[in-house]
Write a protein that binds this ligand. Structure first.
Ligand code: NAD
Length: 281
């Protein structure tokens, strides 16, 4: 490669993002000139027209690819020429590559959570999995889980309509072992569960505590959190105390970055080193 790889991150409120440091450190490990820049957009730029102009501009400026984050992961979908299966399934894109004149969208939140899940909890069969939180991140998690050998996916959200909608989107002709439940039914659903995933903001500094009572956890269950700042959420602390196997949100965050790096560069990412970077940053 004769010139630097140039990648951008488009989104709102992205100044504190760890993506530039994570990507540039991984590029440095490969000995490649690799530049990753944030492209902050305002509220008025979060329209299909303005986003389309921005994509065209970044391509003209020589960007090789982009990460896309809140609030435009869904808005960007119809602007692209092609979608990888991960993005088509979830209807959202967090990674774009420019290949010649074509723009191809991927979703490495889906593939990143999936890879982290397999690595942490194994690729064997699981019983019932309960997903708490049916927002954007919950949709990526549900899509990843639906592609794995789990007996049943149960989705709950404080807004029951969201859980219902996500369950409908996830169900397919070949796999429909997914249903939404009301928050009041969560204790019963958890009593029979093999594992639970938190995809609500609970555990972050501005959402202290847990989305549900950790007394509902038993040592037979695994517990995954997708909140990663802080990495040790109140839920994971309680789960460890109860003897549960746990997966922190750092693994999904690392997985999405590693998968994006591989898409951008065609080089294998050093996942162990990227996780260590994330723990340190
Ligand atoms: P969102 O606002 O789209 O969705 C959150 C959902 O949780 C909402 O539907 C809300 O109704 C629901 N909810 C809130 N409290 C609840 C409760 N007590 N019980 C059940 N449902 C409840 O947000 P999002 O974009 O999906 O992000 C959620 C969190 O995921 C954020 O805190 C973010 O930090 C984290 N995240 C992590 C990664 C990662 O790579 N690890 C990636 C994306 C997002």
């Amino acid at each position: 490669r004769g010139r630097a790889t140039l990648i951008g991150l488009i989104g709102r409120g992205i100044a504190p993002s760890l993506s530039p440091a994570m990507h540039e450190r991984e590029g440095a490990r490969h000995g490649m000139p690799y530049v990753y820049r944030t492209i902050e957009i305002g509220q008025r730029e979060a329209t299909a027209d303005r986003l389309g102009e921005l994509l065209a501009s970044t391509r003209r400026l020589g960007f090789d690819g982009l990460n896309i984050t809140h609030p435009v992961k869904q808005l960007v979908v119809p602007l692209l020429d092609e979608l990888a299966p991960s993005a088509a399934l979830v209807g959202a894109v967090n990674t774009i590559v420019f290949e010649g004149r074509r723009t191809i969208g991927h979703n490495t939140d889906v593939t990143g959570f999936g890879a982290a899940f397999d690595e942490t909890f194994g690729t064997g069969a699981h019983g019932r999995v309960v997903l708490v939180g049916a927002g954007g991140a919950g949709a990526a998690v549900a899509t990843a889980l639906a592609g794995r050998p789990i007996a049943e996916l149960v989705i709950v959200d404080a807004d029951p309509g969201r859980a219902e909608q996500l369950a409908n989107e996830i169900a397919t002709d070949v796999w429909d072992s997914v249903r939404a439940i009301e928050p009041a039914a969560l204790p019963d659903a958890l009593a029979e569960a093999a594992g639970v995933v938190n995809a609500t903001p609970y555990g972050m500094a501005d959402h202290p505590g847990t989305a549900f009572d950790p007394a509902l956890l038993t040592d037979r269950m695994w517990v995954a959190d997708i909140v990663y700042r802080p990495a040790e959420t109140a839920l994971l602390v309680a789960a460890r105390e109860r003897g549960c196997r746990v997966m922190s949100g750092l693994r999904m965050a690392m997985g999405q970055a590693a998968d994006a790096f591989e898409i951008f560069t065609g080089e294998p990412a050093d996942r162990r080193a990227m996780l260590a970077d994330l723990e340190e940053l």
